[in-house]
Design a protein. Structure first.
Length: 383
């Protein structure tokens, strides 16, 4: 299967919706909007029928990538990969409220976490963004990060033991800080990695009680360590994975009981990025497995979206529509499902089914796909 850069999809396809969440008993999809439809500004509501809420927003590509529910409100966090896009949208009783941020930035916030009363997002920031977003008492506050020459410092965000946490990412060599935010102050915890000059080190975190686990991504080979971080003692351990050392390992992980399962992201021109991983958080042992897929000319799998569904890890190949949907059990039994010509977004478990939006590249339409445990599916045309 031939490789195609995700940026090409941003430029060539008119994708209005990819993301899906639940709010007030309905499925909700905020506007995604690629370059060809960057002025698209509707929230899609999927209930007994399909309806839309118009938003008053400036044009931007990839408007929202992160969202969370606090009380009676759904909050949409700005991304805007190539555009200054500085507004948080609060959807309260299905009516939009706008919170404008008087700070510049592009590609601002990739993820958000909440404790059901507050929410926080660490900055990714393709340009300018050097602040976090803190939502409390239905107000949006900015939290200043120390201005650094480095960019794209953080991607994932989780809540554990009374604080928000993010693992070090960084687009330039040397950034190694695990970060926390307790609602008042930021705190950094430098991680002594064997190879600190690897870029894009970690993308996300799995939370188990008061312990954080970050699986390596790494833009280049050389990063093999899982970070195990105790949020009580603020001490950490590093565990080396038992697998081939390849670039761009794991961008998304799924917790299944004592295991953390990840599928490869992969890198252009490299045909050996086909290894999945299972990491045992009890024994700290790891086992790799061959995904069994390949790009003849190299390329990316881009398994960026995963979810625990009936105690199996199910991954969707967001950004690489020719790859299969993959289900991995604890014993590493693999089940796959190929659906031709459809780019899938981020899945959720809803009404005992696995649900995800799919964009059909043949006719530029969106459908809602509903999967059972065996990956049998039905689809409902939306627009």
């Amino acid at each position: 299967m031939a490789y195609k850069a995700f940026q090409d999809f941003y430029l060539e396809e008119s994708i209005k919706h990819l993301l899906l969440t639940e709010y007030n008993g309905c499925l909700v999809s905020p506007p995604f909007a690629t370059e060809k439809c960057k002025d698209y500004n509707q929230i899609m509501i999927i209930g007994n029928d399909v309806s839309f809420i118009d938003l008053d927003l400036p044009p931007a590509t990839s408007k929202f990538n992160a969202y969370t529910v606090i009380g009676d409100s759904l909050w949409l966090i700005p991304y805007g990969i190539w555009d200054n896009f500085n507004v948080v949208v609060q959807l309260k009783d299905f009516k939009p409220i706008y919170h404008y941020i008087d700070k510049p930035g592009k590609g601002q916030f990739y993820n958000v976490a909440s404790n059901c009363e507050t929410a926080f997002s660490f900055p990714l920031g393709y340009e300018d963004t050097s602040f976090g977003i803190f939502i409390r008492d239905q107000q949006v506050h900015t939290v200043e990060f120390e201005k650094q020459s480095q960019t794209k410092l953080h991607m994932g965000c989780v809540y554990a033991n009374g604080k928000y946490w993010s693992a070090p990412r960084g687009d330039e060599p040397g950034y190694v800080n695990m970060m926390s935010f307790d609602g008042e102050q930021l705190k950094s915890y430098p991680i002594n990695l064997p190879n600190p000059n690897i870029t894009r080190k970690y993308t996300d975190i799995i939370v188990k009680g008061n312990t954080l686990y970050a699986m390596p991504f790494g833009e280049q080979p050389g990063l093999m360590e899982v970070i195990e971080f105790d949020t009580v003692s603020e001490n950490y351990k590093l565990h080396k994975l038992n697998m081939p050392d390849v670039a761009k390992k794991f961008n998304c992980m799924v917790e299944v009981d004592e295991y953390i399962i990840g599928l490869p992201y992969g890198t252009k021109g490299d045909t050996n990025s086909r290894w999945g991983i299972s990491f045992n958080t009890t024994t700290n042992d790891s086992a790799c497995f061959d995904l069994g897929e390949d790009f003849a000319d190299g390329g990316k799998y881009r398994f960026r979206c995963g979810v625990n569904f009936n105690n199996n890890a199910v991954f969707f190949p967001a950004g690489t529509p020719d790859c299969p949907i993959v289900k991995v059990s604890k014993d590493l039994t693999i089940t796959t499902k190929h659906i031709e010509g459809v780019m899938f977004g981020r899945p959720i478990v809803h009404d005992n089914k696995l649900k995800v939006l799919g964009y059909d590249m043949r006719d530029a339409t969106n459908s809602l796909y509903e999967f059972d445990e065996s990956l049998n599916y039905s689809k409902t045309f939306l627009r």
